[in-house]
Write a protein that binds this ligand. Structure first.
Ligand code: SF4
Ligand SMILES: [Zn+2]
Ligand SMILES: [Zn+2]
Length: 309
């Protein structure tokens, strides 16, 4: 296998691009894919203030590395979810990465700031952990971006994440989600920061390879709450299809954005109001995060009382 660019020994094959690359040209290839995504979707400019949601995993740290190398100044925010056996290590990897490169990382402790952890929220609300977690991340990262005066919230979702999410939304015809699943969500006057996903052209195995080739240490253990996560199942199914037809995942996702999504967006324009508890934008009276927080705090208090403390 030879590198497409220099004909030297290739270290990775990217079948959907019908190409293989040596170390340096693969790094260059990934960075070019990200630069092209930022440009094509008009995600942000070098003068805007960017904050990246950092999890300590390969995607967010690889993206932080790429953006820094492309010349963007990006701060990070790590949300400590309070998941035993996972959160402490993820935080260590995030901190180490930021320190080594002289980058700013803000740490938000869910339990400390909002009074509950993800396992507690999942139990109290009878949601799956990933649903309670996704909802909390969306709310809190947006709040951090707004409070910090950032122009853009950057997320590390990769091609596999987005294709699997789209697949799930199509299987269940979640039209509201289909209307909003985009690589760029514009800011709104009522308190939503612009949200962008510059890694959508890079597959999961490519972000992992990028991280390894760049010497980035990241959390390789999967979150213990991920068991039974439907997105992971959809990823497996799509990988089987991709094996037979390289390029299919990208075609599915980008075809949706180019040709399918506008119809859902037009049909689903919803009026946002203000949450009566916290003031965040919402479609109901009280936003989903405040509802989650309220039921969890009641349950946490009840347990504490029952335990006699
Ligand atoms: S696997 Fe689920 S619970 Fe764990 S970090 Fe991811 S979304 Fe959160
Ligand atoms: Zn090469
Ligand atoms: Zn609220």
């Amino acid at each position: 296998m030879k590198c497409r660019v220099c004909r030297g020994k290739a270290v990775i094959e990217v079948r959907r691009h019908n190409a293989a690359f040596c170390r340096d040209h693969f790094v260059e290839h990934v960075q070019r894919q990200v630069a092209r995504t930022i440009h094509d979707f008009r995600m942000f400019s070098p003068t805007e203030r960017l904050v990246l949601g950092v999890s300590g995993g390969k995607d967010s740290l690889a993206l932080w590395d790429v953006l820094t190398d492309l010349g963007y100044r990006v701060d990070g925010v790590y949300l400590d979810l309070g998941i035993d056996g996972y959160s402490p290590d993820s935080l260590t990897y995030s901190r180490r990465f930021a320190e080594k490169r002289g980058l700013d990382l803000e740490v938000v402790d869910l339990k400390h700031r909002y009074g509950f952890s993800i396992p507690e929220a999942a139990k109290a609300s009878r949601r799956t952990p990933c649903s309670a977690c996704g909802l909390s991340k969306r709310y809190i990262l947006n709040q951090v971006a707004e409070e910090g005066g950032y122009d853009v919230l950057v997320m590390g979702h990769n091609l596999d994440d987005e294709a699997a999410t789209l697949f799930g939304n199509v299987l269940q015809w979640n039209v509201g989600y289909l209307a909003r699943q985009r690589p760029v969500l514009p800011a709104s006057d009522d308190g939503l920061c612009r949200k962008v996903k510059p890694l959508v052209r890079v597959a999961e195995r490519e972000t992992a390879a990028y991280a390894v080739l760049r010497g980035i240490e990241y959390e390789v253990e999967e979150c213990p709450m991920a068991a039974g996560n439907t997105i992971n199942r959809y990823k497996e199914w799509l990988n089987r299809l991709e094996d037979r037809s390289p390029g299919l995942k990208a075609q599915f996702l980008f075809g949706f954005w180019e040709r399918g999504q506008q119809g859902f967006t037009d049909a689903e324009s919803v009026e946002l109001t203000t949450c009566t508890t916290c003031g965040a934008p919402t479609t109901g009276e009280v936003c989903a995060f405040c509802r989650l927080q309220a039921v969890t705090l009641v349950e946490v208090g009840r347990r504490r009382e029952a335990a006699g403390g």
